[in-house]
Design a binder for this molecule. Structure first.
Ligand code: DC
Length: 230
């Protein structure tokens, strides 16, 4: 093990619904390192655009908005919160109007460029677990640990269906499955930062594993690469 005591990046990428967020959050909490949800950053930009009445064709206005945007992630009594221009938007960034637009916003080149810059800056001098789509391929191609999670579309749709049920949201399984397949195609066939596994990433198909099992397998990989307890 080379990097005792050093700062490091654990990059967790993969398809939507594979349990990336839960895994990244648990690792951060357990080992006292910083967690960064890069999807939430694209969500903040999307919300700022919606609030300012800017659409994705208005590149100059998007640039100006990005010049002035302030995105912060804070931990408030164990709860991760997002502040957009000093206002708590943790709930708002998960609303349907943001869901519907965020993928398109995340494919605008100037948005990507600025967010990737910001992600690199925020990670400086830290031990960090960063979750997204392009962390191991683009944001931190030299990340100490790269994990790429997958799961069958059917399993991911089932997980989302059960989560919805718990929240009292009633969407038919078939509709969720169609949406999962649609998003996969969008993510993988995009011209800008398509979702793909970094060549040197450890790929794990989570279809038949529980969250605990996934964490155990991933942590054994992490521990081969960095001394997480230091
Ligand atoms: O993980 P999420 O659903 O909160 O991500 C929101 C959107 O941002 C989703 O459409 C994928 C995109 N995204 C991205 O393009 N690059 C990242 N590093 C993270 C998210």
């Amino acid at each position: 093990m080379e990097n005792l005591c050093k700062n490091y990046v654990i990059a967790i990428d993969g398809e939507a619904g594979t349990g990336k967020s839960t895994l990244a959050k648990n690792i951060a909490k357990k080992y006292g390192i910083v967690y960064m949800d890069t999807g939430a950053m694209y969500r903040c930009v999307t919300l700022d655009m919606l609030n300012s009445g800017i659409d994705i064709s208005q590149i100059d206005k998007i640039s100006t908005l990005l010049d002035n945007i302030k995105i912060e992630m804070i931990n408030d009594n164990g709860e991760d919160k997002f502040l957009l221009n000093d206002i708590d938007v943790t709930k708002e960034i998960r609303e349907k109007r943001v869901n519907d637009l965020v993928s398109q916003v995340s494919h605008v080149p100037v948005v990507r460029e600025r967010m990737v810059d910001l992600q690199r800056k925020l990670a400086q001098g830290k031990k960090i677990v960063m979750e997204g789509r392009d962390i191991g391929t683009n944001v931190f191609p030299n990340a100490e640990v790269k994990i790429y999670l997958t799961a069958s579309a059917e399993e991911r749709a089932k997980r989302r269906f059960l989560q919805n049920k718990e929240k009292g949201i009633d969407i038919p399984y078939e509709e969720i499955l169609a949406n999962v397949i649609f998003r996969d195609n969008n993510d993988k066939n995009s011209d800008v930062a398509p979702l793909k596994k970094a060549e040197d990433a450890f790929e794990l198909d989570t279809t038949n594993y529980t969250l605990e099992e996934v964490e155990e397998i991933v942590m054994s990989k992490v521990k081969e690469k960095v001394d997480i307890n230091v």
